[in-house]
Design a protein around this ligand. Structure first.
Ligand SMILES: [Fe+2]
Ligand SMILES: [Fe+2]
Length: 197
C-alpha cells in the first residue's frame, strides 16, 4: 500500500497551477480544519470528518490518473475560462469528480455519511438532513482552505452565500473559525518544515 501511495506522486508536475502534491496539501488542510471544528465546536473527535477531508477530492486524482488528456483540458478550461472545476468536468466528460468520489467510496463500503458528504462537497444544500452538520463542516473547511490558498483549490469562484448558510447551520462564528484557521495554518507550516508536502 505504501508503495502505491508513493506511485501517485511519481512524475508529479505542475499543470495550470495543479499538482498532486498541491491537491494532497489541500486535502490535509481540509481534514485538519474539519477535525478542529468538530473538536472545538462540537466536542467530538471528528474522525469521520477528518477522513472526509482527506478523501473529498479523490475523484480529481482518479481523473488525473485515468483520463489524462481530458484532465489537462479540464485544467486549462478551468483556468482560461475562469470557471469552477466541476463545471468544466461536466462540459468535457459529462460528469464531475464529486460523482466519481461518491461512486468509489460507496464501492469501498465506507460509512454512508462519508459517501454522502464526498458526493455533496460542492453543494451541501442537497445533502440528507442527518448529514447536514458533516456536509456543512466539509464545505466550510474546503471554502476556507481555498480562500487561504492552502494547496490546490478546484473552486476559484466560491459561493459566499452558501458559505454563510453553512456557518449559520453550524452556529459557528467568524471569530471562532478564524482562531481554528490560525492553528491549522501553524500545523501545516510544521508539516511543511518536515517536508511532508
Ligand atoms: Fe472538489
Ligand atoms: Fe477541495
Amino acid at each position: 500500500m505504501r508503495q502505491k501511495v508513493c506511485e501517485v506522486f511519481d512524475g508529479d508536475s505542475d499543470i495550470e497551477g495543479y499538482s498532486r502534491t498541491l491537491l494532497w496539501k489541500h486535502s490535509v488542510a481540509v481534514a485538519l480544519l474539519g477535525k478542529m471544528i468538530y473538536r472545538r465546536e462540537f466536542e467530538e473527535k471528528g474522525e469521520t470528518i477528518y477522513v472526509a477531508g482527506l478523501l473529498h477530492d479523490i475523484g480529481i486524482i482518479v481523473l488525473d490518473q485515468f483520463c489524462e488528456d481530458e484532465f489537462r483540458l479540464i485544467l486549462s478550461k478551468t483556468k482560461t475560462e475562469k470557471k469552477n472545476h466541476t463545471k468544466t468536468e461536466k462540459e468535457v466528460l459529462g460528469f464531475d469528480h464529486t460523482e466519481v468520489g461518491k461512486a468509489m467510496t460507496n464501492n469501498w463500503n465506507l460509512p454512508q455519511e462519508l459517501v454522502e458528504v464526498i458526493g455533496c462537497h460542492h453543494n451541501p444544500d442537497n445533502i440528507a438532513q442527518e448529514f447536514v452538520r458533516a456536509g456543512s463542516t466539509l464545505y466550510v473547511a474546503d471554502y476556507v482552505c481555498q480562500q487561504k490558498g492552502l494547496g490546490y483549490g478546484d473552486e476559484p469562484i466560491r459561493d459566499k452565500e452558501l458559505f454563510k448558510r453553512c456557518l449559520k447551520r453550524l452556529n459557528l462564528t467568524s471569530y471562532a473559525l478564524d482562531l481554528i484557521v490560525e492553528d491549522v495554518e501553524q500545523e501545516l507550516f510544521k508539516m511543511e518544515k518536515q517536508e511532508l508536502f
